[in-house]
Design a protein around this ligand. Structure first.
Ligand code: DOR
Ligand code: ZN
Length: 434
């Protein structure tokens, strides 16, 4: 592995920016040399007028490997990630077979090894009956649970859920929507004629708020940390704010910050997602909560499905939107105009995810840290084009937008993997050690 010197750029952290050169050697950040003579053997990358950010950590992706690789696989998903400046992903367990046992996890590890362009970690899933497996598995990001009031497909509630909070030994990541409320809404609303926008009424704000309250109470009762996935409403923010001292953290997705119910007109069931997109008022309050620091991180819930599947009828269309490759561009474009600074962004997508999930040596540009880095050109303006996307999803809710500010170079474990629109490196991603 060679030496790389990132010269003339400006390094960004949550504290601010600093014009300083960065030296990379053997996969690590080894220093900030002031004298070029010391490093005459390094490959020099000129970063004049560019920003140097820690590689983005996306702790919520669904790469569909194993089982649904026609939607995505680890190669396509991780290529999409690296093209967007993401250098570490944490992959969800709703695969086929689901990752709910040591065996399934070991199989997934073996399957993914050597195929990922970015670093990765896995979750184990909780189905209500596998607590022993959950507690036994080693080196996972956490345990993912779908919190439901009545039994859904992978839904867990009542005693089974309490058991996870009481006896579980891992960080719980909760998808919190109340199935009872959703089922009641379905009975009322799925009559006669309706369009895709019915989705936001069925999976109502009340359904999300009710489940989040339930989960926060459990976190407090059992003193067990919980991370709440993809919040979408002001009501959830209000609840979570009160439970911050009980170890509750939360995330918001790009689609819940950038799309509204008005977008059903254009995107129809393509933007069917759980939890659904919300009203303009809800979106406004999410931005406010982000700015105030109540929301801890931004991540994508990258959930690709095929174009054919997405083009179907409401009830048949699977929920989920892709996002991993657009996370950084979509927020670089809004830096300052929406009131969030580049430093705040680095906190939200690099530093805080590493802290919450306990990923050592990542998320910051510091001596001794892993050389996971993204170089950003804030002046580059480019249209989001479907044909240029790397994910098998084959579309993006942001396509045709002209965005300003793009990742131009991504370094993973000290290797240049993505360079000005092209994947130029090998799948050098490694499993994260938590
Ligand atoms: O919309 C969603 N899609 N929400 C989820 O919780 C799962 C995801 C998927 O896996 O497709
Ligand atoms: Zn998800």
């Amino acid at each position: 592995m060679g030496k790389i010197l990132l010269k003339n750029g400006e390094v960004v952290s949550s504290k601010g920016t600093l014009k300083i050169d960065v030296l990379i050697e053997d996969g690590k950040i080894v220093g900030f040399p002031e004298d070029d003579d010391e490093v005459s053997d390094a490959e020099v990358v000129d970063c004049m007028d560019k920003l140097i950010l820690p590689g983005v950590i996306d702790p919520h992706v669904h790469f569909r490997d194993p089982g649904q690789t026609y939607k995505e696989d680890f190669e396509s998903g991780s290529r999409a990630a690296v093209s967007g400046g993401v250098t570490t992903v944490l992959d969800m367990p709703n695969n086929d077979p689901p990752t709910i046992s040591r065996k399934a996890l070991d199989d997934k590890r073996a399957l993914v090894s050597g195929r990922s362009y970015v670093n990765y970690g896995f979750y184990i899933g909780y189905d209500g009956g596998n607590l022993e497996e959950v507690n036994e598995v080693k080196n996972v990001a956490g345990v993912k649970v779908f919190v439901a009031d009545s039994t859904g497909e992978m839904g867990v509630s009542g005693e089974d859920l309490e058991k996870l909070f009481e006896k579980g030994n891992k960080l719980i990541v909760a998808h919190a929507e109340d199935t009872k409320i959703i089922e009641e809404n379905k009975k009322k609303l799925l009559k006669g004629k309706y369009g895709p926008e019915i989705h936001s009424e069925i999976r109502s704000p009340e359904a999300a708020v009710s489940a989040v309250k339930y989960v926060c109470e459990l976190a407090k009762k059992y003193k067990h940390s919980v991370h709440i996935a993809h919040i979408s409403t002001e009501g959830e923010v209000d609840v979570i704010e009160k439970y911050k001292d009980s170890g509750v953290t939360c995330e918001v997705t790009p689609h819940h910050l950038h799309l509204t119910e008005d977008d059903y007109k254009h995107w129809k069931n393509f933007i069917k997602v759980n939890p659904p997109v919300r009203s303009r008022m809800e979106v406004f309050s999410l931005w406010k909560a982000l700015k105030m620091g109540v929301i801890d991180i931004i991540d994508t819930d990258h959930a690709p499905h095929s174009l054919e599947e997405k083009g179907g009828e409401y009830l048949d269309v699977p929920a989920g939107v892709p996002g991993v490759e657009m996370l950084l561009p979509i927020f670089l474009n809004t830096v300052d105009s929406e009131g969030i600074t580049i430093s705040e962004l680095v906190g939200l997508v690099c530093e805080k995810p590493a802290e919450i999930f306990g990923i050592p040596n990542k998320g910051r540009i510091m001596e001794g840290y892993d050389a996971d880095i993204v170089v950003v050109d804030m002046e580059l303006e480019k249209k989001v084009e479907r044909e240029k996307l790397f994910s098998k999803a084959g579309w993006s809710p942001y396509e045709d937008l002209v965005l300003k500010g793009w990742p131009v170079l991504t370094i993973v474990n000290g290797e240049i993997v993505f360079d000005h629109g092209e994947i130029v490196g090998k799948p050098v991603g490694k499993e994260v050690e938590f």
